[in-house]
Design a binder for this molecule. Sequence first.
Ligand code: ATP
Ligand code: MG
Length: 468
Amino acid sequence: MDKILVVDDEAGICHSFRRVLGRYDYEVLTASTGEEAFEKVTTADPALIIMDVNMPGLDGIETLKKLKAVHPALTVIIMTAYSTSEKAITAMKYGAYDYITKPVDNAQLIALVERAVAAGKMNLPVTFEGVSDEEGDRIIGSSPAMLEIFKKIGQVAESDVPVLLRGETGTGKELIARAIYQHSKRINKPFLPVNCAAIPETLLESELFGHEKGAFTGADTRRIGKFEQCHTGTMFLDEIGDMPHSLQAKMLRVLQDGCIQRLGGSEIIKTDVRIIAATNKNLESLISKGKFRDDLFWRLNVVCITLPPLRERKEEIEDLINYFIRKFNREFGKEVNGISSEILKGFRKYDWPGNVRELQSVIQRGMVLCTGNYLLPKDCEWLSQTGQTHKSETDIEKILSDTANEILRRGGAEVYREAVSQFERLLVRKALELTNNNQALAAKFLGISRNTLREKISSDKKGSPHKE
Ligand SMILES: Nc1ncnc2c1ncn2[C@@H]1O[C@H](COP(=O)(O)OP(=O)(O)OP(=O)(O)O)[C@@H](O)[C@H]1O
Ligand SMILES: [Mg+2]
């Protein structure tokens, strides 16, 4: 009879596991602390351990880490009532077989236990290596889909395999890339993000691979590319779908054998770089159009993590809002406690095409405008009317276009300069009004530096001859 050790400080939980599993030909042992679990593992040699995270003394994750150091082949399922991305990733990284949230459905539990016990007998590989406990950016996510993603991060972070991150814009691909890096063995080595869409095609090649002196007109010194700089580190190739076709063959070579050649050079340089790539494009369709090499796709796609759009995990909206409110309270020195139920309703109806990034910027804007302790519909005006959108791009374009016509009609020698500076002054004043003259906040809101803002204010004060 296989023995299962249940570790939980709540006697009730141990009891219910004993009752359920006992019906299925398992001998159930229990322990109420990590220390006791350690003893029982030595004396009873269980086939499987099911262990809670939150326990007084050694917690479940610490116990898992210690157990695995001594008994690397142990099969352990970690369970928790309050799941976080960190706990899920760390549990899997320390070699948990699975990570589940309480309450646990009996049928699912039995199925999982059977699989885990069988896997333990086959002695499937479990990894453990010394890892830093460094806390990364927080990733909010309690939906089943996000939990699966956290588990996958924990499973792949420590290996050097390439990871391909897919998902719509604003779903958190970059955040996940950083989490993988933070949980990898390369944490103390460089992390180098390269945005393939932001760098012109002609520059991207020398940016990535470097060039020799004289490789092309203007190349008057040798340049070391990002692959060489990033040796032993992790490169985040963002917007990989936009990588020019001409560079894809070189990329394939790096992934195959780590070899690169500087532009205009003949020397073959060996590098050791872990690649995490991301895209919101449909790579399959790019492949069918001949814009993306399918051999490169297969090399990158060894492990693929697809982030679901926010509209498919609306249960996360409330947690995300609270997280962003806490974040902007800290950043803006505000004391906002929450959001009105009316807004929350509107948020739940909305489809969030810009995903988490859009939600974050709505909260950020609302918090700048908010004067009380709660975000009210007037602060998030754009959603309160129809439950849908604020003034659309076309509305704004129409207003601007009418204004431009009016200005052009009036004419003048410096019509361009005047119109631009007039609009600029207006923007700056509005931002200052909205933020109660808080320059730091206004600059942040406008996306300019504080110095630039000060310059704009002082040139406005000095009085341009063309006041509104
Ligand atoms: N689960 C999450 N928890 C907390 N913050 C999140 C989460 N997902 C996304 N964000 C935040 O939303 C913003 C957008 O995320 P990110 O830049 O990772 O998106 P992306 O998928 O790379 O988008 P794009 O395809 O446009 O580059 C970031 O500020 C990120 O911190
Ligand atoms: Mg991104």
